[in-house]
Design a protein around this ligand. Structure first.
Ligand SMILES: NC(=O)C1=CN([C@@H]2O[C@H](COP(=O)(O)OP(=O)(O)OC[C@H]3O[C@@H](n4cnc5c(N)ncnc54)[C@H](OP(=O)(O)O)[C@@H]3O)[C@@H](O)[C@H]2O)C=CC1
Ligand SMILES: O=C(CO)[C@H](O)[C@H](O)COP(=O)(O)O
Length: 466
């Protein structure tokens, strides 16, 4: 039997929770953190699990406290801290030892690091971990990239600590080197889009109908009982219901409207565009966070640019629910197209049904929708497109009119709906047999002699432009 000794560097939000999860499943592990006091705090609150956690004061001591073969997991910020941790570890490791990066790393970094470690006789896994602190503690969804052999060595550990969906662990080996981190990146892109769609619906009710957070919370709570059931809808209902103890106001009313972002949403869009894929709904979500950060500009522009008498509007709740349903499906569809493009480009052979299945528990985008997505991928997809499956085609066709009503009312009232409007535009574009790029081809031929194809005969042609 393959006996592996476990270690962990970075005992922060995710690392601390994963350490307790591993300990709870019977694993002893050595811990190292830049600030050693963090480990003391973790061990102090670990209760019965404390004897399984060994504090070390340096990377050298961490490695010495373990017996080969070792597997050391990094839960440190993406970028420089991952490289610094690898560089500190490498001189002390033995051939066959494994470093696992469980952070949100750029998949290209993971590819380069895998090559570097393998050249040194070491092994590397890039693992996307989703579920936040609670998921890490009680069962995250994990997307593993790396060699089949390394995965097999560690599979039982991952399966022990993963979320469980009806008896199946929410972890899978998805492909080599950067495949796991790429899938996690797109997972986060979908997360951005879903969060943005939810925030826009909140905005429509707040600014269009002057509804209170408490009222809007009840609506999301009701939706969470139906087909829109998801972790993000659930926490939205909770967030909107929460009261700030200092002021007695709803917490959301005291939170500044500027969203942070660490990079995964932006990377999703960059990679999508690089591969010639549309990520317009995800891009709208990333762009919205960027605009949100320019608070002073928005405050001035409201005075300078806004028309004075915008109409008061109302939204039908069923329309909002249907609009959400359509936009969410389209955002997932864009995400899975990006995964398909990357799988083709890098030869990963991604299993899309499996990806949907390991997202059904533990992760931030877990939702009832993922069952339908998995079913669609397990059957024959017309043109390989999720939106053309019988189930999703019927869903989209049956609900899109509501999305049109919501978006057009919002536009007339001046309430921003970048993700919802991107969704309806993308829907219209992908479902229109005759587009307008014939004119773009004419323009390109006029200014650059780029040529065009004709609809009535084969070949490349130029126009006789005067
Ligand atoms: N929070 C979340 O919901 C999720 C986060 N992630 C990803 O997991 C990773 C960790 O995130 P999270 O736990 O939230 O972050 P935290 O900020 O809570 O913890 C970061 C940890 O990394 C350590 N650290 C920081 N810089 C360095 C460095 N240069 N070298 C070594 N260690 C360093 C910190 O040490 P010290 O305590 O001394 O500062 C701390 O232990 C990130 O890549 C993040 O994107 C993934 C999924 C969900
Ligand atoms: O990976 C995650 C959830 O799945 C992390 O929470 C991540 O930090 C979210 O991204 P951002 O900070 O950019 O909103």
């Amino acid at each position: 039997m393959y006996q592996i000794s476990l270690g962990l560097i970075g005992v922060g939000t995710m690392g601390g929770a994963l350490a307790l999860n591993l300990a709870e499943h019977g694993y002893d592990l050595s811990l190292y953190n830049l600030d050693p006091r963090t480990i003391d705090v973790l061990i102090a609150r670990a209760g019965d699990l404390a004897p399984r956690l060994q504090k070390t004061e340096s990377v050298t001591e961490l490695v010495a406290s373990m017996t080969p073969p070792r597997a050391i997991m990094l839960l440190v910020p993406a970028g420089g801290p991952v490289d610094a941790s690898i560089d500190a570890l490498m001189p002390h490791l033995d051939p066959g030892d494994t470093i696992i990066d469980g952070g949100n790393s750029d998949f290209r970094d993971t590819q380069a690091r895998t090559a570097k470690l393998e050249a040194a006789g070491l092994q590397y896994l890039g693992v996307g971990v989703s579920g936040g602190e609670d998921g890490a503690r009680h069962g995250p969804s994990m997307m593993v990239g790396g060699s089949q052999q390394v995965w097999q060595n560690l599979q039982s550990v991952f399966e022990a600590i993963a979320a469980d969906f009806e008896g199946t662990p929410c972890v899978a080996h998805l492909g080599p080197d950067g495949a796991g981190h790429f899938v996690k990146t797109v997972h986060n892109g979908i997360e951005y889009a879903d969060m943005q769609i939810i925030a826009e619906i909140y905005g429509l009710l707040r600014d269009g109908e002057a509804q209170s957070p408490g009222q809007i919370s009840l609506l999301f709570g009701r939706w969470n009982q139906g087909d829109l059931n998801s972790y993000l809808v659930e926490i939205t209902a909770g967030a909107l219901a929460a009261i700030d103890p200092e002021t007695g106001k709803p917490v959301v009313d005291v939170i500044v409207d500027q969203a942070g972002q660490k990079g995964t949403g932006r990377w999703t869009v960059i990679e999508a565009i690089r591969m010639g894929q549309s990520a317009s709904i995800i891009e709208a979500a990333v762009g919205s966070r960027v605009v949100s950060s320019e608070r002073a500009v928005r405050q001035m522009a409201e005075r300078v640019l806004r028309e004075q008498d915008m109409p008061v509007v109302g939204f039908d709740e069923d329309d909002l629910e249907a609009a959400f349903r359509v936009a969410r499906v389209l955002a997932y569809a864009q995400g899975f197209r990006i995964l398909k493009a990357a799988s083709d480009e890098f030869g990963w052979g991604l299993d899309f049904a499996k990806i949907a299945e390991i997202w059904r528990a533990g992760c931030i985008i877990r939702s009832a929708l993922l069952d339908d997505i998995s079913d669609a991928f397990r059957s024959e997809l017309p043109q390989g497109r999720l939106v053309l499956s019988d189930h999703f085609a019927a869903l989209l066709k049956g609900n899109v009119a509501a999305l049109r009503r919501v978006v057009s009312t919002a536009v007339l009232a001046g309430i921003p709906v970048p993700a919802l409007s991107s969704a309806v535009s993308w829907y219209d574009e992908i479902s229109k047999a005759r587009g307008t790029t014939n004119l773009i081809q004419a323009q390109r031929d006029i200014f650059g002699a780029h040529g065009f194809r004709r609809s009535d005969k084969d070949g490349d042609f130029h126009g006789l432009w005067s």
